[in-house]
Design a protein around this ligand. Structure first.
Ligand code: GCU
Length: 377
């Protein structure tokens, strides 16, 4: 395959005249957050006045005796309105070992779809619809606690005005159903924050071990959520592609025009001005990745996921290294070549790999997540 030609990326440190981690944290970082909120993702809903946590059901000894399962209903309340979300939590049956991480992850197909058993709420929903994506036994054995909820419970994933009006944004006032400033990605980022709120109520969760994990549109979201929530100890963005970990300049597969045309409700209208005009962006997606620093970030691609553009996902992961190095954390060394398939480049601070296969989350991916977390402990 001929080598691709890439245009230069804006340097974060040069743009903000940053020489130290102090400068970056106190000067550049808040400006980048503001720029991305105003020009790409929108603002994340604030914290509601109250959240009640109800344990609906609990079972022990599931999944060959490895897992304890809890199902919670969270009720968020603000200004006389309420909004409820169900969360499914799996944790290892008492092994005596400390947890490796407590993972907050939104899911695509509802909690029943993510489960391996047939009796997860809601009972009448299709169960276990994405086999392999949530390998509970493997996760339990690796020491993960998993908390998952449906993205659609925070913002139904379509462009209809009522989806916007019925989203979590409604807790904070009347929503104009046509106002694209209320974005799905920011409502889902609120979802990650809400999962984190729940996790921190569980006695077995060490507050320093909460990781955000997301696949695809939820990988974009996990990065944006972690950028805004300092309680995330680290983040995994799996096949997040355009608007996620992939650089927009010289993008193959999905371009800004393609994503904004199909999913205008994911982004604010200000983002439209960069369609077919990516080089005019004063930032690129490595800015988003760098917002995690100094916390570890793992960017994962799949070899057949050309829509996401693995090489451009690698570029963002590598380019974010300039910010990690301000903290004395190596990240991916400069001039590291795009790695071959199934050859992870896991470093302190930043990790990257391309798994062979399609756009998905697989047991192989979870093994890399566990390795990366262990390396960054
Ligand atoms: C579409 C979209 C991507 C997104 C993906 C997903 O393919 O174009 O940007 O990441 O859906 O969420 O699965």
């Amino acid at each position: 395959m001929p080598k691709r030609k890439f245009s230069p990326l804006p340097s974060i440190c040069r743009k903000y005249k940053v020489a130290t981690a102090f400068d970056w944290f106190n000067t550049a970082r808040p400006k980048i957050i503001k720029m991305l909120a105003e020009n790409e993702y929108g603002f994340i809903p604030p914290r509601p006045a109250a959240m009640t946590v109800e344990l609906l059901r609990e079972r022990h000894g599931l999944v060959d005796g490895t897992a304890r399962r809890r199902e919670f209903r969270l009720t968020l309340a603000n200004a006389g309105r309420t909004h409820s979300i169900d969360v499914l939590v799996y944790s290892p049956e008492d092994t005596g070992k400390p947890l490796l991480a407590a993972v907050a992850a939104l899911n695509f197909q509802g909690n029943a779809g993510a489960a391996e058993e047939d009796d997860v709420l809601p009972l009448d929903a299709p169960h276990h619809t994405q086999p392999g994506r949530w390998p509970i036994k493997q996760l339990m054995k690796a020491g993960f606690l998993l908390a998952t909820a449906a993205r659609n419970d925070f913002y139904f994933d379509d462009n209809a005005p009522e989806s916007r009006r019925n989203s979590v944004f409604r807790l904070f006032g009347e929503i104009d159903g046509n106002d694209r400033h209320y974005t799905a990605l920011s409502a889902w980022a609120f979802g990650y924050r809400t999962l984190c709120d729940l996790l921190l109520t569980l006695p077995e969760v060490d507050p320093g071990k909460v990781w955000f994990h997301g696949h695809s549109r939820l990988g974009k979201t996990a990065l944006w959520a972690a950028a805004n929530d300092p309680r995330a100890a680290g983040v995994v963005s799996n096949c997040s592609g355009c608007g996620g970990a992939a650089i927009s300049r010289d993008k193959e597969g999905e371009t800004l025009r393609k994503i904004i045309t199909r999913f205008p409700f994911w982004f604010v209208p200000e983002f439209d001005r960069y369609m077919d005009n990516e080089k005019a962006m004063p930032w690129d997606q490595h800015f988003l990745v760098s917002l995690c620093a100094p916390r570890p970030v793992l960017v994962a691609s799949a070899s057949e996921d050309l829509w996401a553009d693995p090489e451009n996902e690698f570029r963002a992961a590598a380019a974010a290294g300039e910010v990690y190095r301000l903290f004395g954390i190596p990240g991916i060394e400069e001039r590291t070549a795009f790695p071959p398939v199934n050859t992870p480049v896991l470093r302190r601070g930043v990790g990257y790999y391309v798994r062979s296969g399609i756009h998905d989350v697989t047991p192989y991916d979870w093994r890399q997540v566990a390795k990366f977390i262990r390396l960054n402990r």
